[in-house]
Design a protein around this ligand. Sequence first.
Ligand SMILES: [Zn+2]
Length: 324
Amino acid sequence: MKYYIGIDLGGTNIVAGVVDENFSLIATASNKTNAGRPADQIAETMAQTAAQVAEKAGISMEQIESVGIGSPGIVDSQKREVIFASNLDFYNAPIGQLLEDRLHRPVFLANDADAAAYGEFMAGAGKTENGQHISNMVAITLGTGVGSGIIINSKIYNGYGFAGGEFGHTVICLNGRPCSCGRKGCIETYCSATGLITTTKEHMQSNPDSLMWKLCDGDLDKVDGRTCFDAAEQGDKAGQAAVEEYTNALGEAIVNAINTLQPEIICLGGGVSKQGENLLRPIRSYMDRFCFDRFAAHRTQVRIAELGNDAGIIGAALIGLQAE
Ligand SMILES: [Zn+2]
């Protein structure tokens, strides 16, 4: 049996996992990141976490084929450096080499959203309905923001200077909602859970009789990503309108991705994706109306992610397999 270690380097926690050759996660361990420390100290904590998880899994470091790190920010996966990550205070931090010096195993590095996409591609939603493996996938995470990872020819694609693949920061509404990146109308401002909550509140404010007010005890601060979906299911007109506005925006975004790349699979993860068929049904209808591939023999499928929070660790563990 072959084993791999994946490390999810977050601003709060460093989580390491052992993944076997069947892509199953067999053990995890975590420590606090204590962000703001120099890169060599963070690498030391990553090495300790890796050693802890190997021990938990009952294997020695010599049995590990390779180690992968999923890091936030802009990542040079060739030099194995984090070019810039604001929440770690990293600038050109050579964490790949620093970890390799400590573990004496081959270390690979990817952006965390790319690692999660690769995890779904290899071990989760990245197969057709007949279970066939695919080569091209776009993974979109609908969380606090909109994360994305693009897989082309079975490899992570992120552009000339490793700053591409930021699908969430492409615009779907000119002069629309302001975005943290400085633009207006980015996909993230409409399709993230945060964007969904904004849309829900707008519909509540213009519909004082909506059931959504009851669902959040009359308190706008209690609105979450489920509020309008729950109300819609109970027949609330304003709830249905909010869901429709949200799924139309997500539909436009997904049609953009398909008309640009036409991957075999678009995979949706993150909190909002828990809506499952209630989300997929209107998206598929949007795709049937507007995708160029509606005239093609082979069409993109949209699916819900399967690995949840484990995608990042499993994907990080398997980064080294891209070369094979
Ligand atoms: Zn943006």
